[in-house]
Design a protein around this ligand. Structure first.
Ligand SMILES: [Zn+2]
Length: 247
């Protein structure tokens, strides 16, 4: 069985901004099976479509973007702006970690612009700790618990800053120059978000914004990168697997 990387993010286009380049490299260069999960289907991401309509569109967009790199998309069916750390979403993420046997989990920064991102980060942190514990879902397991806590990584917050506007520096950066076009193609699958992000976020060209952002994360002119911090709290894996594999 190949090793498994699982991105646990809030919304259907978050991976395509924050960590898709690293996921592509893990799949292509290291033989990882890649899974992308979002807590919501993005039901608030439209001023034209009703929640059920835009959610259906965005589930399909997320699945198409993941399929473009040979990954699998999972929607955990929570609701936009109502992602709240609690028993239900925690169990969903634990079940997914165990179902795919994740060894690496990538999630949002604990300090990000959107509370859905911060709550997703908390849920993923709790779920990585809970997934190997047999008693957590005692008698209710769909799949055996993973054998160990997965490596846990936090993406950069959006725009690399916290809610006070202070820069949040990554601990390390993964070069994604060679896969930036593939990352852009994934983001291009999220056609429904072009009009919405222009209206609500003031982002005029989604794909160009992502390219600029990725280039800004590299310390080398003309190259592109994604920044990460690793969860190194007690009992979590201490080796930096992403740097060992892709650094
Ligand atoms: Zn998001």
């Amino acid at each position: 069985m190949p090793p498994v990387a699982l991105a646990v993010l809030a919304h259907p286009d978050d991976a395509e901004f924050l960590c898709a380049g690293t996921l592509i490299r893990l799949a292509r260069e290291c033989g990882y099976a890649v899974h992308v999960a979002t807590l919501t289907a993005g039901d608030c991401g439209s001023a034209e479509h009703a929640p059920t309509e835009i959610a259906a569109l965005r589930r399909a967009e997320g699945a198409a973007a993941a399929a473009a790199i040979g990954a699998t998309y999972h929607c955990l069916e929570e609701l936009d702006l109502r992602v709240i750390y609690g028993e239900r979403p925690l169990e969903k993420v634990v079940r997914l970690i165990n179902a795919v046997a994740a060894t690496v989990v990538i999630t949002h920064a604990p300090d990000d612009y959107h509370l859905d991102h911060e709550q997703t980060s908390t849920i993923a942190r709790a779920a990585t700790f809970a997934a190997p514990i047999p008693n957590f879902l005692h008698g209710r397991h769909d799949h055996p618990p993973v054998g160990a806590i997965p490596h846990l990584y936090y993406c950069d917050p959006l725009e690399g800053k916290d809610i006070y506007g202070r820069p949040v520096a990554p601990d390390f950066r993964i070069d994604i120059t060679g896969v930036l076009d593939d990352k852009a193609a994934m983001l291009g699958c999220h056609a429904s978000q072009r009009a919405w992000l222009r209206k609500h976020h003031g982002v005029d060209n989604l794909v160009e914004s992502m390219r600029d952002w990725s280039r800004s994360r590299s310390l080398s002119p003309g190259r592109a990168a994604e920044g990460f911090r690793q969860h190194l709290g007690h009992s979590y894996p201490q080796s930096n697997l992403l740097v060992e594999l892709l650094g």
